[in-house]
Design a protein around this ligand. Structure first.
Ligand code: GLU
Length: 331
């Protein structure tokens, strides 16, 4: 709910909102000291732990950018949203869902425990590594570059440029991938993988190593907020049913095993990654009073210092603060 006595109705100028966000970024930047950089992919430890940046793009084009908005970083797990979307567009939703479920796990993103303990026929959801690797195996193409093409094509349609791969991160991830390989071998044994394991993993490491910025994440989040439609160009980029399903997965499984708390306290579909990115989608909402970004917006956040669940520690607090003050929740 909206806090304080601010009268957004009369104060909704871009400059006014920008000043608020600048203050909040300055405040929450201090919180980066409470977390730690991801270290299990050695190259990720080179990030500046004190970074914090945010971009918000509204459906009317109003854009607020604050903090470290120019720093490129790798998309990591946020790519799972787009590999899922592309697999659904290429293979059909029901086929993809015959291979991967839509249930939250409550476990770490790279957990292998449930796969064995629950004797499941398919991974829990496309936002954990087991599900994401399965989805990647469904992408069309024989080589990793062919499989990656669909994801890059989709990102290019939305962003207006073709993102590149960070080769150092890719190699670092590939060379430190024992857990993901273990998951891959387990999936191979259960028979859910549809492509060669090495090609699947190579594609997965490359998709995680796509370079991105907070501006990009905000734009991607905005298209999802509008059920796949790019309101700035009027083009439908992702079929509505698929965009909505992706948002359901973001809401229920997108923030690692803090997804329930994020849904309760922030209340919007979002997906984070271990490099410290968060992509969030605020759909248009109906309220009696006038609020910032009422027509919906996409939000991109970057803050590589992570909390115990693997989410950007300052980023999540900043987003919670904004969502609370500007009443972003869909509930
Ligand atoms: N490439 C990372 C991994 O699979 C992605 C993890 C993440 O961002 O959650 O370990």
């Amino acid at each position: 709910m909206v806090q304080g006595s601010t009268n957004w109705n009369t104060e909704l100028t871009q400059e006014w909102l920008q000043n608020y966000v600048d203050d909040w970024v300055t405040f929450y930047r201090k919180h980066t000291a409470d977390g730690e950089l991801a270290s299990y992919i050695p190259e990720l430890e080179k990030a500046d732990a004190g970074s914090l940046g945010i971009t918000i793009i509204g459906n009317n084009g109003m854009t607020i950018r604050s903090g470290d908005v120019e720093t490129p970083f790798t998309i990591q797990s946020i790519s799972k949203v787009f590999s899922f979307i592309v697999a659904c567009m290429e293979r059909g939703v029901s086929y993809v869902l015959s291979r991967v479920d839509v249930e939250p796990t409550g476990e770490a993103f790279n957990s292998i425990m449930h796969l064995e303990m629950k004797q499941i026929e398919k991974p829990f959801n496309p936002m954990v590594n087991a599900g994401a690797i399965t989805v990647t195996s469904l992408l069309k193409g024989r080589t990793s570059d062919e499989k990656l093409r669909g994801i890059l094509d989709l990102l290019e349609r939305i962003l207006g440029y073709r993102p590149t791969i960070d080769v150092d991160i890719y190699e670092s991830e590939r060379d430190s991938s024992l857990r993901n390989r273990a998951i891959g071998y387990f999936l191979l044994e259960t028979g859910v993988l549809e492509s060669d394991l090495n090609i699947t993993l190579e594609t997965y490491f490359k998709q995680c190593s796509i370079n991105i910025t907070v501006d990009d994440l905000a734009r991607l989040g905005m298209v999802l907020a509008n059920d796949g439609m790019d309101k700035l160009t009027g083009e439908e980029i992702i079929p509505r049913q698929i965009a909505r399903l992706a948002k359901v997965l973001m809401l229920t499984c997108g923030m690692y095993d803090a997804s329930g708390k994020f849904a309760a306290y922030v209340g919007i579909p979002a997906k984070s990654g271990v490099s410290g990115g968060i992509m969030a989608s605020t759909p248009p909402r109906v309220r009696e009073e006038i609020l910032p970004f009422m027509d919906g917006c996409g939000v991109g956040v970057y803050g590589p210092s992570l909390d115990a669940q693997g989410n950007s520690i300052a980023g999540i607090r900043l987003l919670r603060h904004i969502a609370s003050h500007w009443d972003f929740s869909i509930f």
